[in-house]
Design a protein around this ligand. Structure first.
Ligand code: CA
Ligand code: CA
Ligand code: CA
Ligand code: CA
Length: 476
């Protein structure tokens, strides 16, 4: 049963929540790969983005030390042949920028004045030489060996490499070459043209074992990890979550699988949350979604602990976080109906119904209840629905008032304005609700994207984007 709760909260003007404030950055025009990182190490995130050109330029706006705006600006030329960019804390203080090319990585320290890159490590990487255009591969450094310095996982030409960063900001030793996964070379001849491709699954670092990050990748047979061995990694991977071969089970059936790695039961090990969407192909496709949750026991586990059948097609999430602060991870996602009837409504009436579901964690073997604990409904017009950056108007990622419960951010765009409201979570269990009144802010301008982020510690923000501006909306 889905409980639908309406809670009226009366707020007198005296106790009314403080309004939110905005911090605005003019980025000038078309830009790509907007990201936040604390380059100068003052504890406040700075804004960086790419501007297309030959060569491309990395434009940086430093957040003022008082946190009230973004004043200082720098423009760093991206070296020719750069195919990837990583942000990592290699040289203290602050984060640094690594440019990746076919011949290795060069570094610009975050505190650099001129943005001049110097060589950091020479290694053959899996990028075509002479790469042009905006770098496609983005990554973040992680502290793999726990010495307080970021290490970086690089796509070596045949296998992935890990470069351990040392206290002096230089690589500690020659890169560690991982035994798996290996690159595969395929060649095909089409109309007399020989095409040779080299590729392998993309590896990520995930907390798949107690207290350590392990190289992890997904292929058709399952989710593989490379266990630790000594101060390196084992030669043979473990298929931690063997999956059935994904052969289509009937004519006209398409299947898509997405994975998230997150700790479902709070034991410190990342578990597998697999979203499986099946579509029966036709004039109007009919779709269904299952969420399969697998517990990470450190041993191969092919059997899900729980299967949640979603009443529609997954739109946002699954996001896993403790929403009500009871210590158990909760599940928040949104779906739209994938059946013929809803599709016809969408085409005829131009409206799409999005349902947001919250499953409160049980703390039992089955991490979540079979049916959602709470739901919220939103109806968006087709154009909003089809614009990914503004489709999801209910966001539940941060605790805005510091009471340990995540608060609901609602975004609404009308008549060229974007309204943001933070609805504070109140109550617990079945009585959990989001107060109707809360801090709010309206921005006048054509917003093309929004998301939640944080550019100062402990202070969540909503980030709005227009074609020329970035606006952060925060508590005063
Ligand atoms: Ca900073
Ligand atoms: Ca776990
Ligand atoms: Ca919880
Ligand atoms: Ca809260």
């Amino acid at each position: 049963m889905i409980r639908w709760l309406v809670v009226w909260v009366f707020v007198s003007p005296l106790t009314c929540a403080q309004e939110l404030v905005s911090v605005e950055v003019d980025v000038g025009g078309p830009h790509a790969d907007l990201t936040e990182a604390d380059l100068d190490g003052d504890g406040k995130d700075d804004l960086l983005f790419l501007i297309e050109g030959t060569p491309p330029v990395l434009d940086i706006r430093y957040q003022d030390h008082d946190g009230k705006g973004f004043g200082r600006r720098a423009q760093w030329q991206v070296p020719a042949g750069t195919a990837g960019i990583m942000v990592a804390e290699v040289v203290s203080p602050g984060q640094d920028v690594l440019y990746l090319s076919a011949s290795g990585a060069s570094i610009v320290e975050g505190t650099s004045e001129d943005g001049e890159a110097r060589p950091w490590i020479a290694a053959e990487l899996l990028f075509p030489p002479g790469y042009r255009g905006l770098p496609k591969h983005w990554g973040w450094g992680r502290d793999i060996d726990g010495d307080g310095h970021d290490d970086v996982l690089l796509p070596g030409i045949d296998r992935d490499l890990i470069v351990f960063g040392g206290p002096d900001g230089k690589p500690k030793k020659t890169p560690t070459v991982l035994a798996h996964p290996r690159s595969r070379t395929t060649a095909d001849r089409t109309q007399g043209l020989l095409r040779v491709r080299r590729g392998r699954p993309r590896t990520e670092l995930a907390r798949m074992a107690k207290g350590v990050l392990l190289p992890t990748w997904l292929d058709r047979s399952g989710l593989h990890v490379l266990p630790r061995q000594g101060d390196g990694f084992a030669d043979a991977p473990i298929n931690l979550f063997p999956l059935e071969d994904d052969a289509p089970s009937g004519l006209g059936l398409l299947r898509r699988v997405d994975v998230d790695l997150n700790d479902l039961d709070g034991d410190g090990l990342a578990d597998l949350c697999l979203t499986r969407t099946e579509a029966r192909v036709g004039t109007i496709p009919e779709r269904r979604t299952d969420l399969l949750l697998f517990k990470n026991t450190g041993q191969p586990n092919p059997t899900p602990t729980q299967v949640i059948v979603l009443p529609g097609v997954l739109s946002s999430g699954p996001s896993l976080a403790d929403v009500d602060g009871d210590g158990h991870v909760d599940l928040f996602l949104s779906v739209f109906a994938g059946d013929v009837k809803s599709e016809i409504t969408r085409r005829l009436l131009g409206r799409v119904r999005l349902d947001y579901y919250l499953y409160l964690g049980t703390g039992d073997t089955q991490p979540f209840p079979r049916s959602p604990s709470h739901s919220l409904t939103d109806k968006v017009d087709t154009q909003t629905f089809e614009t990914w950056g503004i489709r999801h108007r209910r966001i539940l990622t941060d605790d805005w008032d510091g009471d340990g419960m995540l608060d609901l951010v609602q975004v609404h765009i009308d008549d060229g304005s974007c309204h943001v409201q933070v609805r504070h979570a109140v109550g617990s269990g079945p009585d959990l609700a989001f107060a109707d009144s809360g801090a709010s802010f309206s921005w006048k301008g054509e917003v093309i994207h929004y998301t939640t982020t944080a550019i100062q510690r402990g202070r969540p923000a909503v980030r709005l984007k227009t074609t020329t501006k970035v606006i952060y909306i925060m508590r005063p």
